[in-house]
Design a protein. Structure first.
Ligand SMILES: [Zn+2]
Length: 446
């Protein structure tokens, strides 16, 4: 049995953070105390960051630290992002260790937020604190941007991004959560890869409403409101949007070909070299593969009618779309209307956010990520991909060209499944390598 003294400090610090239940979706019931305690905890755990960096608060939950560099870089600062809020825990779930206890056992730290996103946050702060202890000054400004309501699509990151824009500061490199160091990124590709998200899809929810003549169900007209809605939903099949392979996906395939062997290697090479072909192949595969290359359409709710023998005068369907890179909320809505092609079905956009642009992979910022990775995770290739989920960094991506979604932590498939799920945990060795990554990144800034 290990004593507390044997616990590596980085694990102890993460444990303390996990013990504060910063559940943004339960703000109403839990209050703001865990969040305020978290800010105070950062000051306690990282005294040098607290004294040497300037902290600005944007809205109630946005923390922006500025670490002044040796010079004012003309092409902007480094921005390291993370969020300190977590998703709720389902009380009926059976966790091996209580989710907010921060138990450290068998070389891992357990609890809600271990991977999403307090683990990635702890490795950033540890790296900066350690560099400060050495008297290190970065070549250019380094900002730490921590949001407290990422999981509820809150405004903290929006406000921080707006502050950068108002000040005319365009970051040279932004790194936020997203990809990780994973095992076997594709089923037939062995080995580990650092998956770096270079873009994220947009999201849109639309409501379709059909009106028809109400009346008795005994003598229905040909086109009732319910039939119109059913037809409209049917017309929004998987083929609604044309598949198109983003550059990042082609690069991913080409790069993974390097780690594959035999026929898989050839297949990946060909798919990487021929985007129109990979678009068709992935679309045909369906599921996650198809989601990589096209805007997906998922009908999620349908309603109409109040009695079994009455024709409703109105029926509705709610459809959730994930918008592919290169399209917009506006263009997607226009396509939905064209496909439905029924003037008696109205299409209303309830909410929408455009996909991000795509960050390049042949630039100096991406090369720096790969350099840092070579220090922290030797032999692990940096592989670009496109994210399906949203991160806070999308607010920066509107005006910053080099935004990458990557937490330098090893995550097994089981660990990734525990994110937003049960038994979230991170290995202490992974935290130590993550700290090394950020230290290398900051040290190599020019
Ligand atoms: Zn997250």
């Amino acid at each position: 049995m290990a004593t507390m003294n044997d616990v590596p400090p980085i694990a102890a610090r993460l444990s303390r953070m996990i013990q504060l239940p910063t559940v943004s979706a339960e703000l109403k019931t839990r209050g703001t105390a865990p969040f305020e305690d978290f800010v105070a905890l950062l000051a306690e755990l990282y005294p040098r960051v607290h004294s040497d960096l300037v902290l600005e608060r944007h809205t109630e939950f946005g923390l922006l630290y500025r670490w002044a560099g040796r010079r004012e870089a003309v092409d902007g600062p480094l921005v390291l992002m993370a969020h300190y809020d977590v998703v709720p825990v389902d009380e009926s779930d059976d966790w091996t260790h209580p989710p907010f206890a921060g138990v450290i056992e068998n070389g891992s730290v357990y609890g809600r937020g271990a991977l999403d996103d307090k683990g990635p946050l702890v490795v950033i702060l540890d790296a900066v604190e350690n560099l400060l202890a050495e008297g290190f000054v970065p070549a250019r400004d380094v900002y730490l941007s921590f949001g407290g309501n990422e999981e509820t699509y809150g405004s903290a990151a929006i406000a921080i991004a707006a502050a950068f824009q108002e000040r005319g500061i365009v970051p040279w490199l932004v790194v936020d959560e997203g990809g990780a160091v994973v095992d076997a990124p594709l089923p037939f590709v062995p080995g580990r890869a650092a998956m770096i998200g270079v873009g994220e899809k947009g999201v849109m929810t639309v409501r379709l409403t059909a009106r028809g003549d109400g009346g008795h169900a005994s003598a229905p007209p040909n086109r009732t409101a319910v039939r119109r809605i059913a037809r409209a939903v049917e017309r929004l099949g998987p083929g609604t949007f044309r598949p198109r392979t983003p550059q990042a996906v082609s690069r991913m395939l080409t790069q993974l070909a390097g780690s594959a062997t035999g026929p898989a290697r050839l297949l990946l090479r060909v798919l990487g070299a021929l985007p129109p072909l990979s678009a068709r192949v992935f679309a045909a595969l369906g599921g996650e593969a198809a989601a990589l290359v096209r805007t997906t359409v998922a009908p999620t709710m349908q309603s109409g009618g109040t009695a079994a023998n009455v024709l409703p005068s109105q029926a509705t369907a709610t459809v959730n779309l994930r918008i592919a890179l290169g399209e917009t909320v506006q263009s997607a809505a226009a396509r939905v209307r064209r496909r439905i092609a029924d003037p008696r079905v109205s299409v209303e956009v309830l909410e929408g956010s455009d996909p991000s642009p795509e960050s390049p992979t042949d630039n100096a910022p991406f090369a720096l990520l790969a350099d840092a990775l070579a220090v922290s995770h030797p032999g692990v290739p940096a592989v670009p991909y496109v994210m399906m989920a949203a991160t806070d960094s999308r607010h920066f991506h509107r005006f910053a060209p080099a935004v990458y979604r990557f937490a330098p932590l090893e995550m097994s498939n089981a660990q990734r499944a525990a994110i937003h799920g049960v038994d979230e945990s991170v290995e202490i060795a992974a935290l130590e390598r993550g700290e090394r990554f950020h230290r290398a990144l900051i040290e190599r800034l020019q």
